[in-house]
Design a protein. Structure first.
Length: 372
């Protein structure tokens, strides 16, 4: 049974003119990214190395979750207590779970919590932990990043980029515990400590599900935000905004713009005949169809390529719903949808007498053709 490959470019709707240009953002760098693939769809200075403040804690938490359990107990050191600015007022000698400290680091951006996690994972050494941060950054392709501290307070040489911190956020958001924590506007941890988020978009802008804010004098106001639309999650990052309200406003515009770039489109239709396969013994060709329709979110203005793998002919018997081929839909080289192709009806194999009669009839027809 030979199989054939058909390819067809399917063009979706063009970008509406009103959304052709992105928002006017007042920041050192920004980008908008497709959360499913990491494809950057809008950016300015995405690889510019800049201070990132508490966005650093994304790496601190990633390393912590890769080297410790949420239930592990962490003994707080005097060094962690002494870290300044944003804190949850940890006390030397007390013990908190890794989960509590991660919540403090991500929700309230507590520097003392980040330092405590670094010492725990670094086996008492903040310097060892920083080396781990830079090694992990290289492993996951963060080429613009160099870390000096686990908390993100201003330090010479402590830099990253909009592209790197967005990649880091996407990696971290693959962890269920992180998704739960960064979606929280407040929480209570050990000692009755009440945490409040710095993420002003949570609860105020529909669809926002995280992830992290940051601010220092050198870094300005920064944030990586994730927002869910129908069938897609968009990441929008602003680095070095001049103010908190300006950062929030720019993020809202970037998120809206990013979500507007996607449409949920039918890419496989159950009502369409995708191929026809020859049968035998005089039967009509067999239509191959998809068992169900598929709709996905796609970037508007981007052509999709449909590839159909189907047999030229089938051997009887065939039962309705039998898989006989496949349809694959690509966005450039990325497979975005696939579906089996199945027989639209059952076709029985004729019995011995019927097959003999068919062969006899074909022989007569051939002889008649030769005689003419």
């Amino acid at each position: 049974m030979k199989r054939r490959l058909l390819a067809l470019a399917v063009f979706l709707s063009l970008v509406p003119p009103a959304f052709a240009a992105g928002p006017n953002v007042n920041a050192r760098a920004y980008l908008v990214e497709d959360g499913r693939t990491g494809e950057v769809i809008l950016a300015r200075n995405p690889h510019r190395q800049v201070p990132i403040a508490s966005l650093t804690k994304l790496m601190t938490v990633l390393l912590t979750l890769e080297h410790a359990r949420l239930t592990d107990l962490v003994t707080i050191s005097p060094q962690a207590v002494a870290v300044g600015e944003s804190s949850v007022r940890l006390r030397a000698g007390e013990q908190l779970t890794v989960r509590d400290l991660v919540e403090a680091a991500l929700i309230q951006s507590a520097n003392d919590a980040a330092w405590a996690l670094a010492e725990h994972v670094g086996r008492g050494s903040e310097e060892r932990f920083v080396s781990m941060m830079n090694r992990r950054a290289r492993q996951i392709g963060l080429t613009d990043s160099h870390f000096v501290r686990p908390d993100g307070l201003d330090a010479f040489g402590h830099v990253s980029s909009a592209d790197d911190v967005t990649t880091l956020a996407r990696i971290l958001m693959q962890k269920r515990a992180v998704r739960q924590i960064v979606a929280m506007r407040d929480a209570t941890i050990a000692g009755g400590r009440r945490l409040h988020t710095w993420n002003d978009l949570l609860g105020s802008f529909s669809g926002v599900v995280g992830v992290k804010t940051g601010h220092t004098t050198a870094a300005g106001w920064s944030q990586v935000a994730a927002a869910r639309g129908t069938g897609v999650t968009v990441y929008a990052t602003v680095i070095g905004s001049p103010g908190r309200s300006a950062r929030n406003a720019d993020l809202v515009e970037l998120i809206r713009w990013g979500l507007s770039r996607f449409r949920v489109m039918p890419v496989v239709s159950a009502d369409r005949v995708y191929a026809r396969a020859e049968t035998s013994y005089g039967r009509e060709p067999l239509s191959l169809v998809a068992p169900a329709s598929l709709r996905i979110a796609v970037l508007v203005g981007r052509p999709l390529v449909e590839r159909i793998v189907a047999p030229e002919g089938v051997v009887l018997p065939v039962r309705e719903g039998q898989k006989l081929g496949e349809i694959r839909v690509y966005d450039r080289k990325r497979l975005v949808a696939r579906s089996p192709l199945v027989a639209s009806r059952s076709i029985a194999r004729p019995g011995g007498l019927a097959r003999a009669a068919w062969y006899a009839g074909r022989t007569v027809r051939n002889m008649w053709g030769w005689a003419r």
